[in-house]
Design a protein around this ligand. Structure first.
Ligand SMILES: Nc1ncnc2c1ncn2[C@@H]1O[C@H](COP(=O)(O)OP(=O)(O)OP(=O)(O)O)[C@@H](O)[C@H]1O
Ligand SMILES: [Mg+2]
Length: 260
């Protein structure tokens, strides 16, 4: 952890989202999102389909620019940073995208080695060692030579995680890590995420519509609705929030924002 224990810097959030607004073709998707993520925290963002969760996550890493508002990472505003600083800030992130996004023409080794070859001067031996470490962390040792098409959905997801942690990011973003997986595989994926949280010095932001998954992996849960964060609470407190929308969501009746 790079936070110093002196003075106010100890309380500096890892990420602060301040009054973030974004519309696409006149449709307001984010309408003043405010959110902070503490260093080392696992924050889970929940919300209906089309609520803007992926759009919010992409703002954190600078893949989408806001119409208004700020994303501050370790005290630095993404919008104000010069291109070099921007790159350095982006390097703090590892992201696992909604669909895993492995390169289908590359085997597992080359997929995980890709960011190491691109962004470091590591030797092939060092790269091989790091690929081994990353596969160990996601419990997939020895599958370096397999092609993505030979893997199950859960394995592909975990190879995606291994690639996301290859450069030792300070912040990990997971977009729907469980979607499309059976409940047992989904729970296994959650265990891998929890292990990464416990073993790595990372801050995590995960998006899901799966509440059982949210309760397993979150230190805090935030609900995105109507383009705003309408509730943030620790899991046990979140369960007791009186908001009818939150209660509906907990009961497994999330409202689809696109058709609401
Ligand atoms: N690049 C884009 N251009 C235009 N509209 C977009 C773009 N990205 C997202 N949107 C729109 O923004 C809204 C929110 O999309 P987003 O993908 O963030 O939803 P989500 O909460 O992640 O949903 P899901 O749970 O289904 O993944 C949708 O109406 C979507 O069509
Ligand atoms: Mg999404």
């Amino acid at each position: 952890m790079q936070e110093q224990s002196s003075g106010s810097s100890r309380r500096l959030p890892k990420i602060a989202v301040i009054d973030l607004w974004k519309s696409f073709s006149g449709k307001e998707v984010l309408r003043g999102v405010n959110l902070t993520v503490a260093p080392g925290e696992s924050l889970v963002i929940v919300g209906g389909s089309g609520a803007g969760k992926s759009v919010l996550l992409k703002h954190l890493i600078g893949l989408i620019q806001p119409d208004r508002g700020h994303v501050i990472v370790d005290g630095e505003d993404l919008a104000c940073a010069d291109p070099e600083r921007c790159l350095a800030i982006r390097r703090k992130f590892g992201m696992s995208f909604q669909e895993g996004a492995l390169f289908d023409s590359m085997n597992v080794f080359d997929n995980i080695a890709f960011p190491l070859r691109r962004h470091t001067r590591m030797s092939e031996e060092e790269i091989a060692e790091r690929v081994r470490e990353c596969l160990n962390l996601v419990h997939l040792s020895g599958i370096e030579k397999k092609m993505p098409a030979q893997l199950s959905g859960g394995m592909r997801r975990r190879v995606g995680f291994a690639r996301a942690i290859a450069l030792k990011p300070e912040i990990l973003l997971f977009d729907e890590p469980n979607t499309g997986l059976d409940p047992i595989t989904a729970a296994a994926i959650d265990r891998v995420i929890m292990e990464m949280r416990d073993k790595l010095p990372v801050t995590m932001v995960t998006i899901t519509h799966d509440m059982s998954s949210a309760f397993r992996i979150a230190d805090r849960i935030a609900m995105l609705r109507d383009g705003k964060i309408v509730a943030v609470a620790a899991p046990e407190e979140f369960r007791t929030l009186p908001d009818p929308y939150v209660q509906g969501f907990l009961a497994g009746q999330p409202v689809d924002e696109e058709v609401a």
